[in-house]
Design a protein. Structure first.
Length: 173
């Protein structure tokens, strides 16, 4: 009788453990890379952000997250490594100027695509940690991190219904 009770208890523990697949699950190399960059960019100074932003920023990481922003569900680019399954995917390069002007230039996986830059005005809403774009580009991006080398944007992509994190890397001018 004790053996049957012990086996039942072990079976229950195993069943409960199997119901939580994320508990103790190893993070992928892409999740680790993104978390490492984001950790370097935390606690940036919102008061000096707009002064430090001007420059050229090229997309370095483009990933989608689950509804809780806990796990990467899809990746197109991580620290410069392309996902070869994303045929036709494109990235972007932002140029921000000190006079709150800028441009965004697409660059495509295929070189024949139109790469005409769009121009915009920008301002930083420090209270909400948001970079607001107007002009040819009308959007808002939450600034989740910044350290002078990396710029982290988070937003909800309403077209594809997914949480997106874009990390841009400053380019030498």
């Amino acid at each position: 009788m004790k053996t049957k009770v012990l086996i039942a208890l072990i079976a229950m523990v195993v069943a409960v453990a199997c119901e939580s697949p994320n508990d103790g699950q190893q993070k992928s190399k892409h999740e680790q890379a993104v978390e490492n960059i984001v950790a370097q960019c935390q606690n940036f100074d919102a008061t000096t952000f707009a002064q430090e932003l001007p420059g050229v920023w090229k997309l370095d990481t483009d990933v989608s997250y689950d509804e809780n922003w806990a796990r990467i569900t899809d990746w197109r680019l991580v620290t410069g490594e392309y996902n070869n399954e994303c045929i036709g995917w494109h990235g972007t390069t932002y140029t921000f100027t000190a006079d709150s002007k800028g441009s965004i230039a697409p660059w495509y996986y295929f070189p024949n695509e139109d790469q005409t830059p769009l121009v915009f005005d920008w301002h930083y809403d420090a209270e909400h940690n948001q970079l607001v774009f107007s002009g040819d580009v009308k959007s808002t991006r939450t600034v989740s991190g910044f350290n002078g080398e990396y710029l982290v944007f988070d937003y909800y992509d309403t077209t594809n219904e997914r949480n997106v994190r874009n990390i841009y890397k400053r380019q030498a001018e």
